[in-house]
Design a binder for this molecule. Structure first.
Ligand code: HMG
Ligand code: MG
Length: 310
């Protein structure tokens, strides 16, 4: 089993999309610089959604453009809810997009004003265009464990949606616990079942840490062979359309878990602690993940060498 773990940093999108304080484009670019220095594999730069629905994400084209001046397009992805979002994203230089299908009809209606059948049809068309244009696609299956409106979600529905999205041509299916309701045994069960028909490399996880099980859930998925995880600096996050969604599992918590388990994330710990400090200062609400305090008081344990624990 590979010892490399890939972190996709979602702080600039999931982290900021529900914040009461709307960060300026300049502040988001400052955060982008700090995240690039951390050595995360990829960064979700924002979302191309209606600014009426999510004003916090207005100006994502400028934030992405700023990132593209600093690093190659393969380091970035952006969320797109529909074809219009896809077209705006590609025009702004995106080469990797994130589509979102919720596992329940009610969540799809609340999030993007479409039924599950409608958004699946949109995804099929967008993925077809993306394949022709050489754009990578991550297909999210949201509320994969529990929906804030319809309750428990059947794993059969999650597996079936993931298989269909991969069959349309998505590069990876991202299993998302939108409101942080999953527990490690449920995560193990779901991925054991999924990995019978899908290569683990084509799956990723996006956990919210609402009930303090984010890190345990990441560990359960690692045990099932999953190596791609979303994480958010300082533990920021939440979906404006999913009541009860709190922060994503913190980048610093997954990074420390991986290093203690001998798994390489490529993270520079000193730069990561600086990024947590910046996101706390910029938002005024981020607290930092549970590993933040220990990390910030034990930096002497980290050598100069990138990401190495002494
Ligand atoms: P709608 O009102 O049904 O859309 O909203 P519409 O097609 O009727 O268009 C309405 C207006 O929006 C029009 O403008 C369109 O041009 C514009 P107007 O004529 O009124 O001036 N529009 C757009 N503008 C910019 N970008 C676009 C776009 N599309 C239409 N892409 C819509 C439907 C999807 C647009 C809206 O509901 C929306 O933007 N929703 C945002 C949803 C969102 O951002 N949710 C949070 C992200 S998902 C998430 O957090 C979960 C995740 O983290 C995983 C997890 O935790 O589970 C990924
Ligand atoms: Mg989320």
């Amino acid at each position: 089993m590979s010892s490399r773990v890939f972190l996709n940093e979602v702080g600039l999108r999931d982290g900021l999309q529900a914040q009461p304080k709307h960060l300026t484009v300049a502040e988001r670019c400052q955060l982008m610089d700090s995240l690039l220095a951390c050595g995360v594999s990829t960064i979700e730069a924002g979302s191309f959604v209606s600014p009426k629905a999510v004003p916090q994400m207005a100006g994502t084209d400028e934030v992405l453009g700023y990132g593209l001046e600093k690093a190659s397009a393969s380091r970035f992805n952006v969320l797109v809810p529909n074809r219009k979002g896809y077209e705006l994203a590609v025009a702004a230089g995106a080469r990797e997009v994130n589509l979102v299908v919720s596992a329940t009809d009610t969540m799809n209606q609340k999030n993007i004003n479409m039924s599950t059948a409608q958004i699946m049809a949109v995804c099929e068309g967008v993925i077809e265009s993306a394949k022709q244009e050489g754009v990578r696609v991550n297909a999210y299956v949201a509320v994969a464990f529990e929906c804030p409106f319809e309750g428990r979600v059947d794993s059969g529905q999650v597996i079936s949606l993931s298989q269909r999205l991969l069959a349309y041509g998505a590069d990876r299916a991202v299993i998302a616990d939108t409101i942080g309701a999953a527990s490690p045994f449920q995560v193990s069960r779901l991925f054991r079942e999924m990995c019978r028909g899908i290569q683990p490399d084509r799956l990723a996880c996006h956990f919210h840490d609402t009930r303090a099980m984010g890190v345990a859930n990441v560990y359960a998925a690692i045990e099932q062979g999953i190596r791609h995880f979303d994480s958010s600096i300082g533990g920021l996050g939440g979906c404006p359309f999913a009541p009860g969604a709190s922060g994503n599992v913190a980048t610093e918590d997954i990074a420390l878990l991986c290093h203690q388990e001998g798994l390489d994330t490529g993270i520079n710990f000193a730069a990561m602690v600086e990024a947590v400090e910046l996101v706390k200062q910029l938002t005024g609400t981020a607290k930092g993940g549970r590993a933040y305090y220990w990390l910030s008081t034990h930096m002497e344990r980290f050598t100069e060498k990138k990401g190495e624990v002494a």
